[in-house]
Design a binder for this molecule. Sequence first.
Ligand SMILES: [Zn+2]
Length: 326
Amino acid sequence: MSELHLDAGDCVIALDVGGTGMKGALLDRDMRRRGTLRRPTPRSAGPDAVVDEIATTLWTLAGQAAVKGLTVRGAGVVVPGVVDEDRALARYSANLGWRELPLANVLEERIGLRVSLGHDVRAGGIAECSLGAARGARDVLFVAIGTGIAAALMSDGPPIRAGGYAGELGHIVVDPDGAPCTCGSRGCLETVASAAAVATAYTARSGRIVQGAAEVATLTAQGDAEARMVWDRAVDALAAALATATTLFAPELIVLGGGLAEAGDLLLEPLRARLAQRLTFQRHPLVVRAELGDEAGCLGAGLHAWHTANSANMPMWNEPTEDTPL
Ligand SMILES: [Zn+2]
């Protein structure tokens, strides 16, 4: 960051904080990666240790930028749970253990950089809309199916935030008599169709331990009858939840991301068919796979940071110039 290197260009620091790992990057104005850093999230050490590690990771990336002669224009940090972007508040995370944490302010005081706070799945949705599978679309449902299930709903452009509470697709009840959910309810979509639920259901049914949902997908493709039953139940539940979302919000595009979407057509084809069966008068959305993979959240964090750096004259949703970095 010395004056000697001012011509080398600007960047932002982007960080996606997950329950198990953090993905960091330096992103230039064209959203090209100029550096990356991955670290485990010290979740078991408690929320203070996680905040310390976030600050250390941002600091390390700032150091990378200095070495490369890049000027850091700000940082974007996205986290899971309930996130109020407008108040820069990490309201709640069951995974990371914090409540009502003014995370952006805490980090700004530690590292001396402007920090924009975002929600990991909404940031992923923004990234898919700007750089990935939903480029050019305005009514988009982005669904991340991993350990849990969450969604970002872009309606007429920007994502619906509702104080950070919007998009909890995983907690739509699909089976009122179903298994207890971590949220305190019962039979939520997440208890049937998350990657974790698929793996657990297969083991419960077959007695066989599997490494994860990817293995159940493989067994399903190979014709394993019990895997097929578990997979079908997950697809049916997803179709039911997506039909509800489609009826309410009429997305033109549903973009599926997260670990379960790695199954590709094994998930997409039956899901398209069963969603279509459930719809009558509604606008029928295209159902596609996400393009940005597990980088979506980090790229979304970068878009948040650039938006803040440019906020005086650049909207987050720049319709006429959708290919221009924010
Ligand atoms: Zn729930």
